[in-house]
Design a protein around this ligand. Sequence first.
Ligand code: CP
Length: 308
Amino acid sequence: MSELSVNHLLGIKYLKESDIQLIFETADHFKEVINRSIKKVPSLRDITIANIFFENSTRTKLSFELAEKRLSADVLNFSASQSSVKKGETLIDTVNNILSMKVDMVVMRHPNPGAGIFLAKHVKASIINAGDGAHEHPTQALLDSYSIREKLGDVVGKNVVIVGDILHSRVALSNIFALKLQGANVKVCGPKTLMPKYIESLGVGVEMDLRRALEWCDVANMLRIQNERLDISYFPTTREYTQQFGVNKKLLDSLDKEIVIMHPGPINRGVEITSDVADSKQSIILNQVENGVAVRMAVIYLLASKIK
Ligand code: CP
């Protein structure tokens, strides 16, 4: 297959396994490009991309911008907090005004689940979801799987546990879809109050005991406690959360194998993982960030080739 089955990247849920493999093969090429002394290719000189962010971001925003620039696209950056959204302009009006400046593609982060799906139905541009509320974060899941593939050779058959706030996490949902599609075995681990009731219907196991989860897995993807999405208390105190679901070096070293530690960032150091775990040789957290640029270049390149 040489082209994606979709015209937008709204969620992993809408992708086929062959789409993921095509993205990874394309990302392999771009990873080689960005390690050259001249890190740029002229592929998208005729494409203009708007990055519109209605929520804070460090990694995703910078990674998309760098990916676009490495592909030689023209780039517009829009931050809702400094825009006419503050004067009451709607999402569709905002995006249609941006598109009337001859923009071809929109990368959007939005606090509302489904915002990208809504936009794709109402505007004429290719849409990439850069995280929509507690729904999906597809490029994060793609770069996570790409990093597992790079570290362990393959994703199929690997045991991956996702630990933490599964209920509010778009990273968890997109990772579950991506890992299952590629044939990995997936478990989730975290407080019962942060476990969605439908979780087992997604084909994942639930393990409430962190040590047992770590003994089972090849990879532990540690999620951040998202205080900004917790309207009520889901666990007694942060200290008790850390005691039950935090990974420290003593626990990591007590396992009879070397597991891979991942985290989408930003890290709450000392909450879900201690600094000596985050910075250990078992951690691939910064490799995930590095791979994010190549994976996003691949996604943008493949979607742009469908609108040319
Ligand atoms: N992983 C991630 O989405 O980080 P940012 O919120 O900094 O983009």
